[in-house]
Design a protein around this ligand. Sequence first.
Ligand SMILES: *[C@@H]1O[C@H](CO)[C@@H](O)[C@H](O)[C@H]1NC(C)=O
Length: 336
Amino acid sequence: MANIINKSFMLIIMLSLCIILTNYVTKAHLPKFREATKNDGSLSFLVIGDWGRKGEFNQTFVATQMGNVGEELDVNFIVSTGDNFYDDGLTGVNDPAFTESFTDIYTAPSLQKPWYNVLGNHDYRGDVLAQLSPALKARDSRWICLRSYIIKTEIVDIFFVDTTPFQDKYFHEKDHSYDWRGVLPRQKYLSNLLYDVDRALKESNAKWKFVIGHHTIMSAGHHGNTVELVAKLLPILEANNVDLYINGHDHCLEHISSPHSQLQFLTSGGGSKAWRGDVAWWDPEELKFYYDGQGFMSMQVTSTQLDVAFYDIFGNVLHKWSNNKKSPNQFYASSY
Ligand SMILES: *[C@@H]1O[C@H](CO)[C@@H](O)[C@H](O)[C@H]1NC(C)=O
């Protein structure tokens, strides 16, 4: 009798070990990059989205102002919220659009820093593996593009999430084809990704946590809310006390404040074509700022202070928002 109990016990232990090992092997950690803060302990960066149009639709004017603000703030790096190359991503690693829309446009000295990119839906319409290829880094050493990853610093962890595969409609569209290499089977890809993001957020002990994705969670713009992300990603962000969700996709600049959590929704999708003119009504208590034209965003972070600013193509500051955090669970926000 004791022998049988002993054997069952051993079997259960071994099965549990197998499950733990399988999880460990199949659910890879998100790749991590490290960025050091400046000598004064602060960090600053610019955020741009929806940009690659060979300089057209005011892309070059946005680039000029990014150069000025980048110099003024001595930015550590640049973040792109995706839709890097219009209309259909890159045709391959030798596509001249990479030079025409990126290297030849963002030429200011202050922008010669790492560019951390995610993919947008338009990027998935081309050769998606080209944008992820190290061959692009050989063409322009600033280029960093992975599907999902983390930048770790002393004061803030920034989590980049590949949002395009979440949206059902791209899998049924007739007019466009998407390059789903590396994504299928889709449900497994999404559940692994959500698991990885949740685990990485839980493991993070950074003072600030920002999440970047191409698609909106909340937006008063053309595309509106992304229901799949509201259902699947938003609960994870709220459960892990994420401070900011930063996206593109809607070609505008926007700040939505959540009434029931500290999470703020920031859209920086004004890198080129804008002025869509179809902003929806939104409760002004939540919609702090909406600008339908071109521009970009800056972020300045210290261990206790966060300063966000939005700029138009003339370099005017359109909106600012600040947040103080004395201890991880305390926050005081001010908007002006
Ligand atoms: C470029 O920006 C100016 C100023 O915001 C705007 O009036 C103009 O319509 C923009 N051009 C395009 C093509 O969007």
